[in-house]
Design a protein around this ligand. Structure first.
Ligand SMILES: [Zn+2]
Length: 347
């Protein structure tokens, strides 16, 4: 793997702000801030043709974000009103959050994968019932009651999906984004979310990877109760799929751009294999255990005690996704005891 976005990487290391860059003729990257998040910014991409202006992943909806996006558009000689189309790689608020605001300002259409529209609808529908549904999920994971109260999404801890808008167009795997003068093809990569899309600009041979493949961190693969297939299995398959784009430069939605997708994919596959081994080892040591018990024993980059608040949910969901994968592949068994699921190494 080779870092190609060296100015972005230098800014990442120095914790300064990366520049707006014209990565290819008519294709810019614009850092849009994410409030109070260690990732700090989303790399939004702007793609101009003679007749159209696309924004890929407008970013988190704040005034600072809006100003950063407007400044980026100004660099290209445009303003928010000029945008004609918006494509989101997935519906997380650091990608899709500002889409509605940008559509209001410009009249642009918004496109996403159909599975992502469904996920968004599901998250919104859960809104009212979130606290009760979430309590049941946390009990199923074996989270102690006093800790569950802190982690409940219904208590205002989690991101809000209420203000996020539906798409006007859908992009299936293999579809070209409807814009003259560019061949920008949708590549469906479920895993991080059920309808995650990468976008391949075929003439320039660059792959916008969203959160599917990032150069440094491994994207969170959590449990998705409503997903059509277990997320980790989907993610591993989607990873292998994008390894075939090895000749393309990868333009991720966070951190910095790079070349060498196949080697990065191998690292991520190995990471998940190690994670599965670790989870199996923990079960061997603990004996039958809940997701919560396994989660607290796993290695976290700054230690479990530093995993607090909402990050604990992501950790739980990640442990759960690995346990579910191990069950599906026959290495682990699961049984329900009372309200919680109990996992054990298969004998
Ligand atoms: Zn993201």
């Amino acid at each position: 793997m080779r870092v190609t976005g060296t100015a972005q990487r230098d800014a990442w290391v120095a914790r300064t702000w990366p520049p707006v860059e014209e990565v290819r003729a008519g294709l810019w990257s614009v850092p849009v801030p994410i409030p109070e998040n260690p990732l700090r910014y989303t790399l939004t991409y702007l793609i101009a043709t003679d007749s159209a202006l696309l924004v890929i992943d407008p970013g988190w909806d704040t005034d600072a974000g809006w100003n950063a996006l407007s400044d980026g558009l100004k660099t290209t000689g445009a303003s928010p009103e000029d945008v004609s189309g918006i494509v989101v790689t997935h519906m997380h608020p650091d990608h899709h959050g500002m889409s509605g605001r940008l559509r209001d300002a410009s009249g642009a259409w918004i496109a996403m994968h159909p599975a992502e529209r469904e996920t968004l609808a599901m998250m919104r529908a859960q809104g009212a019932d979130m606290a009760a549904g979430d309590r049941a999920w946390l009990r199923g994971c074996g989270v102690p009651e006093e800790i569950a109260a802190e982690l409940n999404m219904g208590s205002g801890n989690g991101p809000t999906f209420a203000g996020m808008v539906d798409p006007d167009r859908l992009l299936e795997h293999g579809d070209l984004v409807p814009v003259d003068g560019r061949r920008l093809r949708a590549v469906w990569t479920p895993g991080h979310t059920p309808g995650h899309l990468c976008l391949h600009e075929e003439t320039e041979n660059v792959l916008l990877t969203g959160d599917h493949v990032l150069p440094r961190i491994s994207p969170n693969i959590g449990l998705q109760p409503h997903a059509a297939e277990p997320p980790l299995a989907a993610y591993l398959r989607s990873l292998e799929f994008v390894a075939s784009y090895d000749s393309a430069e990868a333009l991720p939605a966070h951190e910095y751009r790079f070349a060498g997708l196949a080697s990065r994919v191998r690292m991520l596959l190995a990471h998940h294999e190690r994670r599965c081994d670790e989870v199996t080892e923990i079960l061997r040591m603990l004996g039958p255990a809940t997701i919560w018990q396994v989660t607290t024993q796993m290695t976290w980059s700054r230690g479990w005690s530093a995993v607090t608040g909402f990050m604990r949910r992501a950790a739980l969901a990640e442990a759960g996704a690995h346990l579910q994968h191990l069950v599906a592949t026959g290495r682990v068994t699961v049984a329900v005891s009372g309200l919680a699921e109990i996992f054990a190494v298969a004998t």
